[in-house]
Design a binder for this molecule. Sequence first.
Ligand SMILES: [Fe+2]
Length: 282
Amino acid sequence: MQVDRLHLDLGGRVTGVDLAKTLDDETVTALRDAIDEYSVLCFPDQAMTDEAQLALTGQLGEPEEGHVKFGTTGEIDYLATIGNVVDATTKRDNADAYTLSQKGNNLWHSDSSFRSVPSYVSILHGYEIPGEGGETEFVSQRAAYARLDPERQLEIDDLYVLHDYVFSRSKIAPVHDNHAASLPPVAHPLVRTNPNTGERNFYVGSHARSIIGWSGIDSRRLIDELNELATEPTAVYSHHWSPGDTVFWDNRCVLHRGAGYDANKWRRYMRQTRVAGTPKVT
Ligand SMILES: [Fe+2]
């Protein structure tokens, strides 16, 4: 397995691994170590299938059920479609409600930061890719935390932040009543520590609503400051997808967003799974 760095802060292009095959323990350990080190891993030319992706997800940890279908209907599934493809001849256009709701993914976020057990890693595989747009952008909240001066780090180290899906996503599209009721806001430490490396990062993004015990205005100022610091243009790694790419990202320390695409013009078909994190994160 070879990893070539893509950006100073995060990202590695990984070759020499066939993710669609059952992985041996040594490879699973190497992948976990690479996630800790690079935060985002891009694997070109993977012969992925839904079944292989579910198996891969299970090898990395506990698969996380999708919150949209579960929250809305109570049905459990572990694979979600990202994009506008319905089948070989049908796609959703820009005005479609599902396309609109997915535009919420164009806000910087960490997957499932609004759940009591947030995500460890997301796995996204690209099958059909728009000819223009559709990139996924990533930034490291670890590198951004390191850019804070030590006094500022101390000021924020013991704070807790409330993450709220309805707060962030209802700005973009309505959230179904059942879905909203299934996701009450949850508090997480503002600063997290990677248990394997000891490296620290702040943990905000668009789902971050307020700081526990702080006024709304003071909360907003701090969260905005941290989000802006993390997402400075030079800090962004933008992944330009090719069909067959599989990408992992570490939701414990990475923010990501979709760059958007014209759903009237292009087909986009990607499949996503997630590995659940640990209930108590510090
Ligand atoms: Fe996401």
